[in-house]
Write a protein of this length. Structure first.
Length: 681
């Protein structure tokens, strides 16, 4: 999930959907056809025959699945994505258990780094014995700050090891010149997931803020602080004041709103109450210009830096240290952190097993973990098959663009240029990163967490002034996810997701196109959603639309916003149609493309016999619904609609098929009036 940009120099996250890839299986030979006829690939026991597919397709396809797959106590949401991720994580765990048992690993090798990190995290006795000693140097640096200049130095050190401060700083591609890196600044510094948590005045939000205040107080108590009530109140007050001028989450996803290139000294004048120039020089960073996402926030922050007493900023900073490293400290801290963030915010009822928590904290080494995973669990043949399916989806998209009635020929030509320029990465990187100079020890879990984060921060900062590396991956190869990168105009599909139920080599083509093909198409469509469409074929933030076509597109997009604004997974928790717009457009485009790509693949072949009583046209939509079979707790859904650019699963199914006329034809449904359908791509 996307969190506020941190000073840790984390790569700017591209708001991307978890996706899948798949393979078109040939039915040309009789024996293959017979095999497919005996293999369903969709569990009909998951169907709810009491509900008509035209009435509620999500319930029709998922109610049985929900009964057979209750949400585990450790989870707030449970679905097919989670199940595959669990299976992958168990494979990674087995690798880590094998490697961590070895004592003679070469220093700096992938095996040594991931093995010793895992061993240090699993040694609960050592973690308890070390107590909070690992964070004391950070706390002391904060307490020893006698003035603003010294606090700024402390914040620089905190940011390098992943501790939140009131602004984020990192290096990424310049959106208007993607072949150059630029230093970015953005709002940051909240403990709760998003600014709206602090500003809402309804009773549920007020109760949650009080629970958060109590949690901060509890963490201070565990750390042995005095005057904990006052300190907890101070933290909540400062974070509330920071939240006020912050840009709303639905606005942050709009590149027009966050692109403000400034001369560096011009930016420094926004923070004349803060020794930012010294901080930058201390990091050996003093570029001619910087990219500022929210100038209004920094202007307000300047006043806050002057208004809030130094002692209160120090209290706030101490809390952020405890918040950042709670998971690396003794069990009392881990449990307290879970009780609020895992249970109250995330909707889980039980703490995850230790190995899962350690694996999650090891994500900074996900490329090394992915390397080991691919060596054992990925077939090169899968990569070739997926490449074929990607090209089928590209062909379908060309046809769709050429057939659009609302788009002019001039804009169509530019759209086709962008589509033809799409590149893709499948499975794993061509070249694995070398982290041999990273120091990871076997007996200090918290020190390893800091060492890894500092290393990743330094790695990010050192990009400034260097050539852009378009071969870089932003996900580990074992991860169940995928993404579209607008800067490189590329779609990326890690090996971890190229498995059943998303990619099933034994499944009929229709199921694979509906599931895996749908999510390939989803990632393609991100290049043409309401924000991705603002980047050209080269990946630069640049307008390639005619004014009239953009107006028509925006009008269609607004219909999608209004449609999803009317959805609620639970009473009182409405979907934010503006926040989820890009993902909703990508879902609609993805499934539409998948269906038409399937028709292309079927050309020149014999009629496909029904399976389990469903035609192949129907099974395309069953394949899509199967991807989103899931359930969530109320607390999970409340958090999701506030913070997640993806709609809840029921609406990724029902909201998407509502605008696809081919669904109505496939299931014999009464189609709404043409004017009520929103067809973009």
């Amino acid at each position: 999930m996307v969190k506020s940009v941190k000073f840790t120099m984390r790569m700017k996250r591209i708001a991307l959907m978890g996706t899948t890839l798949g393979l078109m299986i040939s039915c040309g030979q009789q024996e293959n056809k017979k095999e497919q006829e005996s293999y369903s690939a969709f569990e009909v026991d998951n169907l709810d025959s009491t509900i008509a597919p035209c009435e509620d397709f999500f319930a029709f396809t998922t109610n049985g699945w929900m009964k057979a797959n209750p949400i585990p106590a450790t989870e707030g949401r449970w679905g097919n994505f989670n199940i595959l991720a669990e299976n992958n994580n168990k494979k990674v765990r087995d690798i880590l258990l094998e490697i961590s048992a070895k004592k003679d690993l070469k220093s700096g090798s992938d095996e040594q780094l991931v093995g010793d990190f895992f061993a240090s995290g699993m040694d609960s006795i050592a973690v308890e014995e070390k107590g909070v000693s690992g964070v004391l140097p950070l706390i002391e640096k904060i307490e020893n700050a006698g003035n603003t200049r010294e606090l700024a130095q402390a914040w620089m050190d905190l940011g390098m090891v992943g501790v939140d401060v009131p602004f984020g700083m990192y290096v990424s591609n310049d959106p208007k010149n993607i072949n150059h890196y630029v230093l970015n600044f953005g709002q940051s510094g909240l403990g709760l997931p998003e600014r709206s948590y602090y500003l809402a005045k309804d009773s549920l939000s007020m109760d949650l803020k009080e629970a958060y205040r109590e949690h901060v107080q509890k963490m201070f108590e565990l750390f042995g602080e005095e005057d904990v009530v006052r300190k907890a109140n101070t933290v909540l007050e400062i974070e509330t004041r920071l939240a006020g001028p912050m840009m709303a989450i639905e606005t942050r996803r709009i590149p027009d709103s966050t692109y403000h290139m400034m001369n560096t000294y011009q930016f420094l004048t926004l923070l004349d109450q803060w020794p930012m120039e010294e901080m930058l020089k201390g990091l050996d960073l003093m570029p001619d210009s910087v990219l500022v996402a929210q100038p209004r926030y920094f202007d307000a922050l300047n006043d806050l830096l002057m208004d809030i007493p130094l002692k209160d900023w120090k209290t706030y900073s101490r809390w952020q240290v405890l918040h950042a490293y709670a998971g690396f400290m003794p069990h009392a801290f881990v449990q307290a952190d879970f009780d609020f963030f895992g249970n109250r915010i995330g909707g889980s009822n039980k703490l995850k097993p230790r190995w899962k928590r350690v694996l999650s904290s090891e994500r900074g080494l996900q490329e090394q973990l992915g390397h080991l995973f691919v060596d054992r669990h990925f077939s090169p043949e899968s990569k070739e098959r997926v490449e074929k399916m990607v090209e089928d989806l590209r062909t379908a998209y060309r046809q769709r663009i050429n057939g659009l009635a609302w788009m002019s020929d001039e804009t169509k030509q530019k759209a086709l240029e962008k589509l033809n320029a799409f590149t893709y990465k499948i499975g794993y990187p061509d070249k694995w990163k070398d982290y041999s100079d990273l120091k990871i020890v076997r007996d200090d879990y918290l020190a390893n967490g800091m060492s890894l984060t500092r290393y990743k921060s330094k790695e990010n900062l050192e990009k400034l002034g260097k050539p852009v590396d378009k071969g870089e991956w932003y996900m580990g190869a074992y991860v169940v996810n995928a993404y579209y990168n607008p800067y490189y105009n590329e779609v990326v599909f890690p090996a971890g997701i190229l498995q059943p139920p998303f990619f099933d080599p034994k499944a009929d083509d229709a199921i694979n196109y509906g599931g895996i093909g749908g999510v390939i198409g989803h990632e393609f469509t991100h290049g043409f959603d309401d924000q991705g469409s603002k980047f050209n074929a080269e990946g630069n933030f640049s307008n390639w639309w005619t004014e009239e076509d953009r107006a028509r597109f925006d009008s269609l997009a607004q219909e999608i916003v209004e449609q999803y604004n009317g959805y609620s997974p639970i009473p009182g928790a409405n979907v934010n149609g503006q926040l989820t717009l890009g993902e909703n457009i990508a879902d609609l485009g993805g499934l539409t493309l998948a269906y038409h790509a399937y028709l292309i693949s079927r050309e020149g072949r014999d009629e496909v016999a029904p399976i389990d009583g469903f035609t192949d046209d129907q099974r395309v939509f069953l394949g899509w619904a199967q991807v989103w079979q899931s359930n969530g707790t109320d607390d999970y859904y409340r958090t999701q609609v506030k913070t997640d650019p993806h709609s809840p699963a029921p609406f990724r199914v029902n909201g998407t098929i509502r605008n696809i006329p081919e669904f109505y034809s496939a299931f014999g449904c009464k189609e709404p009036l043409d004017s009520s359908l929103t067809i973009i791509w």
